[in-house]
Ligand binder design. Structure first.
Ligand code: C5P
Length: 313
Protein backbone atom coordinates (compact mmCIF):
# COMPACT_ATOMS: atom_id res chain seq x y z
CA UNK A 1 0.00 0.00 0.00
CA UNK A 2 1.23 3.53 -0.83
CA UNK A 3 0.77 4.55 2.82
CA UNK A 4 4.29 3.40 3.68
CA UNK A 5 7.06 5.97 3.46
CA UNK A 6 10.57 4.72 2.61
CA UNK A 7 11.74 4.85 6.25
CA UNK A 8 8.89 2.68 7.46
CA UNK A 9 6.61 5.49 8.56
CA UNK A 10 2.86 5.05 8.27
CA UNK A 11 0.47 7.84 7.33
CA UNK A 12 -3.16 7.71 8.39
CA UNK A 13 -6.26 9.81 8.04
CA UNK A 14 -8.11 10.30 11.27
CA UNK A 15 -11.71 11.26 10.49
CA UNK A 16 -14.29 13.30 12.39
CA UNK A 17 -17.75 12.10 13.45
CA UNK A 18 -21.05 13.77 14.09
CA UNK A 19 -23.86 12.43 16.27
CA UNK A 20 -26.93 12.36 14.04
CA UNK A 21 -28.98 11.95 17.22
CA UNK A 22 -28.18 11.48 20.90
CA UNK A 23 -30.54 10.46 23.70
CA UNK A 24 -29.54 10.31 27.36
CA UNK A 25 -31.52 7.66 29.21
CA UNK A 26 -30.14 8.33 32.69
CA UNK A 27 -27.17 8.24 35.04
CA UNK A 28 -25.40 4.90 35.50
CA UNK A 29 -23.86 3.47 38.66
CA UNK A 30 -20.36 4.07 37.25
CA UNK A 31 -21.05 7.83 36.96
CA UNK A 32 -21.34 7.74 33.17
CA UNK A 33 -24.61 8.23 31.30
CA UNK A 34 -26.60 5.60 29.49
CA UNK A 35 -26.79 6.76 25.87
CA UNK A 36 -28.42 5.92 22.60
CA UNK A 37 -26.69 7.63 19.71
CA UNK A 38 -26.21 7.40 15.96
CA UNK A 39 -22.59 8.01 15.02
CA UNK A 40 -21.62 9.06 11.51
CA UNK A 41 -18.10 9.53 10.11
CA UNK A 42 -17.47 12.44 7.74
CA UNK A 43 -14.58 13.16 5.34
CA UNK A 44 -13.03 15.94 7.46
CA UNK A 45 -9.79 14.52 8.84
CA UNK A 46 -6.57 15.08 10.78
CA UNK A 47 -3.35 13.68 9.29
CA UNK A 48 -1.33 11.29 11.45
CA UNK A 49 2.17 10.00 10.82
CA UNK A 50 3.56 7.12 12.87
CA UNK A 51 7.36 6.76 12.77
CA UNK A 52 8.91 3.70 14.42
CA UNK A 53 11.35 4.48 17.26
CA UNK A 54 13.49 2.09 19.33
CA UNK A 55 11.66 2.59 22.65
CA UNK A 56 10.20 6.06 23.32
CA UNK A 57 6.57 7.06 22.64
CA UNK A 58 6.18 10.75 21.75
CA UNK A 59 3.52 13.05 20.29
CA UNK A 60 3.90 16.26 18.28
CA UNK A 61 0.96 18.36 17.11
CA UNK A 62 0.64 21.60 15.14
CA UNK A 63 -2.30 22.79 17.30
CA UNK A 64 -1.33 24.61 20.52
CA UNK A 65 -4.51 23.44 22.30
CA UNK A 66 -3.61 19.75 22.06
CA UNK A 67 -1.49 18.30 24.91
CA UNK A 68 1.48 16.22 23.79
CA UNK A 69 1.99 14.32 27.04
CA UNK A 70 0.08 11.54 28.82
CA UNK A 71 -3.15 13.60 28.61
CA UNK A 72 -3.14 12.98 24.86
CA UNK A 73 -5.40 10.03 24.02
CA UNK A 74 -3.22 9.03 21.04
CA UNK A 75 -0.20 8.81 23.32
CA UNK A 76 -2.16 6.67 25.79
CA UNK A 77 -3.38 4.45 22.93
CA UNK A 78 0.22 3.68 21.90
CA UNK A 79 1.20 2.86 25.49
CA UNK A 80 -1.82 0.66 26.11
CA UNK A 81 -1.22 -1.29 22.90
CA UNK A 82 2.48 -1.72 23.65
CA UNK A 83 1.66 -3.04 27.12
CA UNK A 84 -1.02 -5.34 25.71
CA UNK A 85 1.39 -6.76 23.12
CA UNK A 86 4.30 -7.03 25.60
CA UNK A 87 6.62 -5.06 23.31
CA UNK A 88 9.45 -2.64 24.01
CA UNK A 89 9.03 -0.67 20.77
CA UNK A 90 8.47 3.06 20.52
CA UNK A 91 6.76 5.39 18.07
CA UNK A 92 6.80 9.10 17.22
CA UNK A 93 3.22 10.23 16.55
CA UNK A 94 2.74 13.44 14.57
CA UNK A 95 -0.76 14.97 14.40
CA UNK A 96 -1.74 17.67 11.89
CA UNK A 97 -5.08 19.04 13.15
CA UNK A 98 -8.01 20.00 10.96
CA UNK A 99 -10.82 18.75 13.19
CA UNK A 100 -11.82 21.48 15.69
CA UNK A 101 -10.46 20.68 19.16
CA UNK A 102 -13.05 19.99 21.94
CA UNK A 103 -15.76 20.53 19.35
CA UNK A 104 -17.89 17.39 19.73
CA UNK A 105 -16.48 15.91 16.51
CA UNK A 106 -14.49 13.16 18.25
CA UNK A 107 -11.06 14.34 17.09
CA UNK A 108 -9.12 13.04 20.11
CA UNK A 109 -10.95 9.69 20.11
CA UNK A 110 -10.43 9.35 16.37
CA UNK A 111 -6.71 10.02 16.73
CA UNK A 112 -6.50 7.33 19.43
CA UNK A 113 -8.32 4.75 17.30
CA UNK A 114 -6.14 5.58 14.29
CA UNK A 115 -3.03 5.01 16.42
CA UNK A 116 -4.37 1.59 17.53
CA UNK A 117 -5.17 0.57 13.95
CA UNK A 118 -1.89 1.99 12.61
CA UNK A 119 0.35 0.39 15.24
CA UNK A 120 -1.48 -2.91 14.85
CA UNK A 121 -0.24 -2.80 11.25
CA UNK A 122 3.20 -1.27 11.88
CA UNK A 123 4.02 -3.73 14.66
CA UNK A 124 2.40 -6.62 12.74
CA UNK A 125 0.20 -7.64 15.68
CA UNK A 126 -2.72 -8.89 13.58
CA UNK A 127 -5.35 -7.90 16.19
CA UNK A 128 -7.80 -6.22 13.78
CA UNK A 129 -10.74 -4.04 14.94
CA UNK A 130 -12.23 -6.83 17.07
CA UNK A 131 -8.94 -7.49 18.83
CA UNK A 132 -8.47 -3.76 19.52
CA UNK A 133 -11.96 -3.26 20.93
CA UNK A 134 -11.18 -3.84 24.60
CA UNK A 135 -8.26 -1.41 24.54
CA UNK A 136 -10.39 1.17 22.69
CA UNK A 137 -13.14 0.94 25.35
CA UNK A 138 -10.64 1.62 28.10
CA UNK A 139 -9.40 4.78 26.35
CA UNK A 140 -12.79 6.52 26.00
CA UNK A 141 -16.45 6.07 25.16
CA UNK A 142 -16.13 7.30 21.55
CA UNK A 143 -12.94 5.40 20.66
CA UNK A 144 -14.52 2.00 19.73
CA UNK A 145 -16.73 3.66 17.10
CA UNK A 146 -13.64 4.89 15.24
CA UNK A 147 -12.40 1.32 14.79
CA UNK A 148 -15.35 0.79 12.43
CA UNK A 149 -16.66 4.19 11.25
CA UNK A 150 -19.64 4.66 8.93
CA UNK A 151 -23.19 4.94 10.27
CA UNK A 152 -23.47 3.10 13.59
CA UNK A 153 -25.69 2.79 16.63
CA UNK A 154 -23.88 3.46 19.92
CA UNK A 155 -25.38 2.25 23.22
CA UNK A 156 -24.20 2.00 26.85
CA UNK A 157 -21.67 4.80 27.42
CA UNK A 158 -21.59 5.05 23.63
CA UNK A 159 -18.82 2.46 23.54
CA UNK A 160 -21.00 -0.47 22.46
CA UNK A 161 -21.15 0.01 18.70
CA UNK A 162 -23.31 -1.61 16.04
CA UNK A 163 -22.67 -0.64 12.40
CA UNK A 164 -26.02 -0.19 10.63
CA UNK A 165 -27.00 -1.98 7.45
CA UNK A 166 -28.15 1.28 5.89
CA UNK A 167 -25.10 3.50 5.58
CA UNK A 168 -25.96 7.17 5.12
CA UNK A 169 -24.75 8.77 1.89
CA UNK A 170 -25.13 12.52 2.23
CA UNK A 171 -23.33 15.85 2.41
CA UNK A 172 -22.59 17.45 5.76
CA UNK A 173 -21.86 21.11 6.46
CA UNK A 174 -19.91 21.54 9.69
CA UNK A 175 -19.67 24.80 11.60
CA UNK A 176 -16.96 25.44 14.18
CA UNK A 177 -18.55 27.68 16.82
CA UNK A 178 -15.01 28.50 18.05
CA UNK A 179 -15.94 27.77 21.64
CA UNK A 180 -14.32 24.61 23.04
CA UNK A 181 -16.75 22.88 25.41
CA UNK A 182 -15.87 20.29 28.08
CA UNK A 183 -17.92 17.11 27.66
CA UNK A 184 -17.74 16.34 31.38
CA UNK A 185 -19.05 19.85 32.22
CA UNK A 186 -22.02 19.44 29.84
CA UNK A 187 -22.96 16.08 31.41
CA UNK A 188 -22.73 17.65 34.89
CA UNK A 189 -25.14 20.41 33.83
CA UNK A 190 -27.45 17.81 32.35
CA UNK A 191 -27.54 15.95 35.69
CA UNK A 192 -28.91 19.03 37.45
CA UNK A 193 -32.10 18.90 35.41
CA UNK A 194 -32.17 15.33 34.17
CA UNK A 195 -35.52 13.62 33.90
CA UNK A 196 -34.61 10.06 32.95
CA UNK A 197 -36.22 8.90 29.72
CA UNK A 198 -38.45 5.87 29.98
CA UNK A 199 -37.05 4.57 26.75
CA UNK A 200 -35.26 5.60 23.60
CA UNK A 201 -37.71 6.92 21.04
CA UNK A 202 -36.10 8.77 18.16
CA UNK A 203 -32.99 6.60 17.90
CA UNK A 204 -34.84 3.30 17.69
CA UNK A 205 -37.32 4.75 15.20
CA UNK A 206 -34.34 5.82 13.10
CA UNK A 207 -32.65 2.42 13.32
CA UNK A 208 -35.78 0.54 12.34
CA UNK A 209 -36.52 2.70 9.29
CA UNK A 210 -35.12 2.65 5.80
CA UNK A 211 -32.72 5.56 5.33
CA UNK A 212 -33.60 6.10 1.66
CA UNK A 213 -34.33 9.76 1.00
CA UNK A 214 -32.96 10.88 4.38
CA UNK A 215 -36.52 11.02 5.68
CA UNK A 216 -35.64 9.21 8.91
CA UNK A 217 -33.33 12.04 9.98
CA UNK A 218 -36.27 14.32 10.71
CA UNK A 219 -37.13 12.92 14.16
CA UNK A 220 -33.63 12.91 15.64
CA UNK A 221 -32.70 15.09 18.62
CA UNK A 222 -29.61 15.78 20.73
CA UNK A 223 -30.46 15.72 24.45
CA UNK A 224 -27.15 17.46 25.25
CA UNK A 225 -27.97 20.67 23.39
CA UNK A 226 -29.79 22.52 26.23
CA UNK A 227 -27.02 21.65 28.70
CA UNK A 228 -24.32 22.69 26.19
CA UNK A 229 -26.03 26.05 25.74
CA UNK A 230 -26.19 26.48 29.51
CA UNK A 231 -22.46 25.77 29.65
CA UNK A 232 -21.77 28.30 26.87
CA UNK A 233 -24.70 30.76 26.94
CA UNK A 234 -22.84 33.30 24.81
CA UNK A 235 -23.20 30.81 21.96
CA UNK A 236 -27.00 30.61 22.00
CA UNK A 237 -27.70 33.44 19.56
CA UNK A 238 -25.18 32.27 16.96
CA UNK A 239 -26.36 28.65 17.28
CA UNK A 240 -29.93 29.79 16.58
CA UNK A 241 -28.71 31.75 13.56
CA UNK A 242 -26.60 28.87 12.20
CA UNK A 243 -29.54 26.48 12.57
CA UNK A 244 -31.83 28.94 10.75
CA UNK A 245 -29.37 29.25 7.84
CA UNK A 246 -28.90 25.48 7.54
CA UNK A 247 -32.66 24.83 7.62
CA UNK A 248 -33.44 27.60 5.13
CA UNK A 249 -30.86 26.10 2.76
CA UNK A 250 -32.61 22.73 2.89
CA UNK A 251 -30.84 20.79 5.68
CA UNK A 252 -32.69 17.56 6.51
CA UNK A 253 -31.20 17.70 9.99
CA UNK A 254 -29.51 20.63 11.78
CA UNK A 255 -28.02 19.79 15.18
CA UNK A 256 -25.25 20.14 17.69
CA UNK A 257 -22.68 17.32 17.52
CA UNK A 258 -22.07 15.44 20.78
CA UNK A 259 -21.61 17.88 23.65
CA UNK A 260 -20.74 20.64 21.16
CA UNK A 261 -19.83 23.10 20.23
CA UNK A 262 -19.66 22.12 16.55
CA UNK A 263 -22.96 22.41 14.74
CA UNK A 264 -23.83 20.63 11.49
CA UNK A 265 -26.44 20.25 8.78
CA UNK A 266 -27.12 17.18 6.61
CA UNK A 267 -27.98 17.69 2.95
CA UNK A 268 -29.03 15.34 0.20
CA UNK A 269 -26.91 16.95 -2.51
CA UNK A 270 -23.65 18.81 -2.89
CA UNK A 271 -25.19 21.91 -4.50
CA UNK A 272 -27.42 22.66 -1.52
CA UNK A 273 -24.54 21.95 0.86
CA UNK A 274 -22.23 24.29 -1.08
CA UNK A 275 -24.86 27.03 -0.95
CA UNK A 276 -25.35 26.57 2.79
CA UNK A 277 -21.60 26.74 3.40
CA UNK A 278 -21.36 29.95 1.35
CA UNK A 279 -24.29 31.51 3.27
CA UNK A 280 -22.59 30.66 6.58
CA UNK A 281 -19.22 31.97 5.44
CA UNK A 282 -20.87 35.20 4.25
CA UNK A 283 -21.85 35.79 7.90
CA UNK A 284 -18.30 35.10 9.12
CA UNK A 285 -18.71 31.48 10.26
CA UNK A 286 -16.02 28.83 9.96
CA UNK A 287 -17.77 26.22 7.81
CA UNK A 288 -16.69 23.06 5.99
CA UNK A 289 -18.45 20.77 3.58
CA UNK A 290 -17.66 17.06 3.86
CA UNK A 291 -19.39 13.97 2.58
CA UNK A 292 -20.38 11.16 4.91
CA UNK A 293 -18.15 8.08 4.90
CA UNK A 294 -19.71 4.64 4.93
CA UNK A 295 -18.06 1.84 6.93
CA UNK A 296 -16.21 0.48 3.92
CA UNK A 297 -15.17 3.92 2.61
CA UNK A 298 -13.88 4.74 6.10
CA UNK A 299 -11.79 1.59 6.41
CA UNK A 300 -10.20 2.00 3.00
CA UNK A 301 -9.53 5.75 3.48
CA UNK A 302 -7.88 5.37 6.91
CA UNK A 303 -4.56 4.40 5.39
CA UNK A 304 -3.71 7.55 3.49
CA UNK A 305 -3.65 6.42 -0.11
CA UNK A 306 -4.96 8.56 -2.94
CA UNK A 307 -8.33 9.54 -4.26
CA UNK A 308 -10.34 10.79 -1.28
CA UNK A 309 -11.90 14.20 -1.71
CA UNK A 310 -10.92 16.08 1.43
CA UNK A 311 -13.37 18.38 3.16
CA UNK A 312 -13.59 21.73 1.42
CA UNK A 313 -13.73 25.01 3.19
O1 C5P B 1 -15.29 8.61 27.73
P1 C5P B 1 -14.81 10.02 27.63
O2 C5P B 1 -13.55 10.24 28.42
O3 C5P B 1 -14.71 10.51 26.24
O4 C5P B 1 -15.93 10.94 28.31
C1 C5P B 1 -15.66 12.25 28.72
C2 C5P B 1 -16.56 12.61 29.90
O5 C5P B 1 -17.92 12.72 29.46
C3 C5P B 1 -16.57 11.56 31.00
O6 C5P B 1 -15.56 11.81 31.93
C4 C5P B 1 -17.95 11.73 31.61
O7 C5P B 1 -17.94 12.79 32.52
C5 C5P B 1 -18.81 12.17 30.42
N1 C5P B 1 -19.58 11.06 29.82
C6 C5P B 1 -20.70 10.59 30.48
N2 C5P B 1 -21.45 9.58 29.92
C7 C5P B 1 -21.09 9.05 28.73
C8 C5P B 1 -19.94 9.52 28.03
C9 C5P B 1 -19.21 10.53 28.62
O8 C5P B 1 -21.05 11.07 31.57
N3 C5P B 1 -21.83 8.07 28.22
Amino acid sequence: MSAREPRGALRLRSFAKVNLGLEVLGLRQDGYHELRTIFQTVALHDDLTLRPRPSAVSVTCDHPGVPTDERNLAWRAALELRRHAGLERGVAIDIRKRIPVAGGLGGGSSNAAAVLVGLDRLWRLGLGPDGLLRLARRLGADVPFFLFGGTALGIGRGEEVYPLRHQLRAQVVLVDMRRPVSTAAVFRRLDAGLTPRENSHTIFRFVSRDLEGLSALGGLVNDLEPAALQEAPEMAASVARVRAILVSQGARLAALSGSGSSFFGVFGDATAARRARAALQAEGHDAWRARTLTCSAYRSALFAGRGLGAASR
